[in-house]
Design a protein around this ligand. Structure first.
Ligand code: C2E
Ligand code: MG
Ligand code: MG
Length: 877
């Protein structure tokens, strides 16, 4: 470009030369044509002068022009270099959108100018369709001196890395050249947009993570918290960022997190650990797997801690669940087998090993057929597998063989375990050893039919047998008999000596009954102390003789704990099919009534059923219901029977005996209602009433001076009364109430009540004696003839049972027995009363034997208070 100014100045001087030549030529021409006149020459001179001035003027102008040209040139060059050196791609466009000029950077961006000029010279060719339109509009609209920005214009071929620009359009002034020009500056926004894109991407990444992502500065203030974490905290970003974690988390969680932060800040090392926080559901905890790492500033100093925590509560729960399952698997008492889909063993538990004898290593990889016993058919297994494949499960009994070759039976539950797609991945078999179960079942079946205590058939089995027997008996027209056996005074033994002794007695009775019958007969226990005996092909007489022989067998002496000799006795009722009942129930009821008849008849005997018994039974039932009311309604009476000094016939006292003035029935004797009162628990109240009534009467006789202070009034007391701790004070209360001296009262207690001579009972009896009371053992000789225990009992009187008195004159052994009782009682310092003395001969014999007192019809039946007073007291007074 440097030669340009030289050429211009040459042109200019050339032009001036031409101008001068023309001027001279004009001057010469003018001189040849006409001689100038003086005026003319004046004009020429003037003209020349003007020309010279003009010339000078021109030269001056020329000079200025040259200077201006030089200025313009400088400006142009400055602009060019500025334009070219601009750090942005810049393009000058004309009104037709044609590129008028472009700088280096533009050329680089847009490609060789030549090329894009040939591409019809338009920048817009490089823009995409949408941008093209925008660009056209902007080019058209931008005014000179104004500017406009087109954001995010894409230039170049479309692609991942296509640069994006902001196009600044600046309208250039009109006078620059004839046409309007627009300067287009292209500011590359690609990097910035990419950064923005990255930022959006990362925050999306953070926010869409399931984990909590957060960062805190070295003071524990949150710098960052992703949306998941914010959701968990139930706070907005602004409530968290810039705030200490104590403001958003439970204090103990915050403290714990600060501790791990401190570790990271101190060591500069990242850590991964499990933690448990208490935020979340009330009372619950959340397990987190956390990674914390140091954050660095630009200088590389640690200035915070970043963290990623993942909620692994479910996983932990699953782990715990898995641990639990594992524990169950390992400790289960059922054998558990896990196989693969090919049925090969993968795992077995210890119970399996215990059950089958196969260890895990012995079965691993093998198939369950190693357990096959060969006792079940191939078709059995085939149908089992068919069920498993079709229904996914099977359960049933399997006959297996142990490692040692022995057989065992299991109840097996086999289940197919499928994955999500329904493919079988495992089979699990749970096997319960049935051997024990079958045994237990047999035991249960036995228990259902047999009595646990005696091993005899129970009521259920008896019902079966009697039904069968009935059918058989009807078919063959042969009678059969039923014995109903009830152990006498069992309740007393049981209550006083304890259940163990009671059980022992029942076992012995059962054994003796069994030993006393034929093989075709059946003994069953109906409950309590009741037994039944079924005697096929037996008539009434036959049954009676079996019953009697059983009684004899039962009565054989027996050794029970604490009592050396006990003679078990029973009452047996006999009923015969079909006369006494044609259904099992009716026959049983008849036998039961007959047994009751035997009881009432004095126990230790058998009785045949008679239709009269049914009525008696109804009667007993009526008595039971009425008796309770009878006590309240003052229907009971006390009668008095004198006790007499045998040798002289002198009155020595009386026994109080209860009677029941039953409406419409007259006077009922205690034998009819005492056993019922005892069974229905009414006896205690009855005895209390009698005691009160007797002492009331005695109090009156004493006050009236009718009662000698040497006489005693005897009152019967039931055994259960003795077990009451309050007996002593209760007695004293009644005595005090009627101002009766203690020494005037005697308590009669049946000997069964004294079977149990525990320290407590002996203590209680001693207390009574201490009070001054007299104690008598009633009905002595009927319960059991253990005289040795008498030694221990602090009693004063023994009453010889009337059954011995009745027979002693005719039966020598009873005579000996009475004598023995008398001698022994005397040895022990006891006195004696003989009951049921009806004849003079009996009185005489008893006197000769040394018996002191007697009681009986020989002197008087029990009589009312008035009669007793009139007959014995007033007469004496
Ligand atoms: P127990 O205590 O042995 O009374 C004697 C029983 O023999 C009385 O029968 C009496 O009437 C009867 N008896 C007296 N002398 C003779 C006689 O010479 N020949 C005959 N055959 N019998 C005679 P009772 O009054 O029928 O009483 C029966 C049983 O009822 C009593 O026998 C007693 O064990 C019981 N008992 C009576 N009253 C009461 C009472 O208030 N409380 C309790 N717990 N039992 C009572
Ligand atoms: Mg008595
Ligand atoms: Mg008696």
């Amino acid at each position: 470009m440097s030669p340009q100014p030289v050429a211009q100045s040459e042109q200019r001087s050339e032009r001036l030369k031409l101008l001068k030549q023309r001027a001279q030529a004009m001057l010469e021409q003018h001189q040849q044509v006409e001689v100038p006149t003086a005026s003319e020459s004046l004009n020429v001179t003037k003209l020349l002068e003007d020309l010279r001035v003009y010339q000078v003027e021109l030269e001056l102008q020329n000079e200025e022009l040259r200077a201006a040209q030089q200025d313009a040139e400088l400006a142009r060059r400055r602009y060019q270099s500025l334009f070219q050196q601009m750090p942005l791609p810049a393009v000058v466009m004309d009104a037709n959108s044609m590129v008028d000029d472009s700088n280096e950077r533009a050329n680089i961006l847009l490609g060789e100018r030549k090329r894009f000029v040939t591409l019809d010279g338009r920048l817009v060719q490089r823009l995409n369709g949408k941008d093209k339109a925008r660009f056209h509009v902007a080019l058209r609209d931008v005014r000179p001196g104004e500017s406009m920005v087109l954001h995010q214009v894409v230039i170049g071929p479309q692609g991942a890395k296509t640069p994006v620009f902001d196009a600044h359009l600046i309208g250039l002034s009109n006078d620059y050249k004839i046409d309007r020009r627009v300067l287009v500056l292209l500011v590359d926004r690609s990097a910035e947009l990419a950064r923005e894109e990255d930022r959006r991407f990362f925050s999306l990444l953070l926010d869409s993570s399931d984990s909590f992502i957060y960062a805190t500065d070295d003071h524990g203030k949150f710098l960052l918290a992703n949306q998941t974490f914010l959701n968990f905290l139930s706070r907005t970003r602004s409530q968290v960022i810039g705030h200490k974690r104590e403001t958003c988390l439970p204090l103990r969680d915050a403290i714990m997190m600060t501790e791990t932060d401190q570790k990271v800040l101190l060591t500069g090392q990242a850590v991964t650990f499990e933690e448990q926080i208490h935020m979340g559901p009330p009372g619950g905890t959340i397990d987190l797997l956390s990674r914390k790492f140091p954050l660095h500033d630009l200088q590389g100093h640690i200035n915070g801690v970043g963290g990623i925590s993942t909620d692994i509560t479910t996983i932990k729960d699953q782990q715990r669940q898995a641990l639990l399952s594992e524990t169950v698997f390992m400790t289960s008492s059922e054998a558990i087998i896990v196989t693969g889909p090919d049925t090969r063993f993968i795992r077995v538990n210890p119970a399996f090993t215990k059950q089958s004898g196969f260890s895990l290593t012995a079965v691993l990889g093998r198939r369950p057929n190693i357990l096959k016993s060969g006792r079940q058919s191939a078709s059995f297994y085939a149908s089992m597998w068919q069920t498993i494949l079709e229904k996914g499960a099977w359960s049933g009994e399997l006959n297996n063989r142990r490692a040692d070759g022995s057989f065992y039976i299991v109840w097996s539950n086999i289940n197919a375990v499928r994955d999500g797609s329904g493919k079988v991945v495992h089979y699990i078999a749970i096997q319960t050893d049935m051997t024990l179960l079958l045994q237990a079942q047999q035991r249960l079946e036995h228990q259902a039919s047999y009595d646990g205590l005696t091993g005899l058939p129970n009521r259920a089995l008896f019902n079966d047998r009697i039904s069968q027997l009935m059918a058989l008996s009807l078919r063959h027209h042969k009678p059969f008999a039923l014995l109903f056996v009830d152990v006498d005074r069992f309740k007393e033994v049981n209550d006083s000596l304890g259940h163990q002794v009671g059980d022992e007695l029942l076992r012995m009775v059962a054994l003796r009954l069994q030993e006393g019958i034929r093989t075709e007969d059946t003994v069953a226990r109906m409950g309590g102390d009741e037994f039944v005996v079924l005697l096929p092909n037996t008539d009434r007489a036959g049954a009676q003789s079996v019953a009697d022989s059983l009684l004899v067998r039962l009565r054989l002496p027996l050794t029970l704990e604490q009592i050396r000799q006990y003679n078990p006795m029973a009452s047996i009722g006999v009923a015969v099919f079909p006369e006494d009942g044609n259904t099992p129930d009716m026959l049983l009821r008849s036998a039961d009534m007959a047994m009751y008849g035997a009881k009432v008849g004095g126990r230790n005997r058998s009785a045949l059923y008679t239709p009269q018994m049914s009525q008696d039974s109804d009667y007993a039932f009526a008595i039971q219901t009425e008796l309770a009311a009878a006590i309240d309604q003052q229907q009971l009476r006390v009668f008095f029977q004198p006790k007499i000094l045998l040798a002289t016939g002198e009155l020595m006292g009386a026994e109080v005996l209860v009677r029941w003035q039953r409406p419409d029935h007259g006077l009922v004797m205690p034998g009819e209602f005492i056993p019922i009162a005892e069974k229905s628990g009414l006896l205690f109240a009855l005895d209390q009433w009698v005691l009160n009534e007797a002492l009331h009467q005695l109090g009156y006789w004493c006050q009236a001076g009718l009662w000698d202070h040497r006489w005693r009034l005897a009152v019967n007391q039931n055994a259960s009364n003795l077990r009451r701790a309050s007996l002593v004070t209760d007695l004293q209360t009644v005595l005090d109430r009627y101002h009766v001296d203690t020494t005037l009262l005697e308590l009669e207690i049946t000997e069964d009540a004294l079977l149990e001579h525990t320290d407590e009972l002996i203590g209680r009896l001693a207390d009574l004696r201490e009070m001054g009371l007299s104690l008598a053992i009633d009905d002595f000789g009927t319960g059991y003839s253990s005289l040795s225990y008498l030694r221990k009992l602090p009693v004063s009187v023994i009453k010889i049972d009337q059954s011995f008195v009745r027979t002693m004159l005719s039966n020598e052994s009873d005579d000996v027995l009475v004598q023995t009782i008398i001698d022994m009682a005397h040895n022990l310092g006891h006195s004696l009363v003989a009951e049921g003395v009806e004849e003079e001969a009996q009185r005489a014999r008893l006197v000769s034997m040394g018996c002191e007192l007697g009681q009986g019809y020989l002197w008087s039946k029990p009589i009312s208070a008035e009669d007793f007073e009139a007959t014995f007291l007033v007469a004496k007074a």
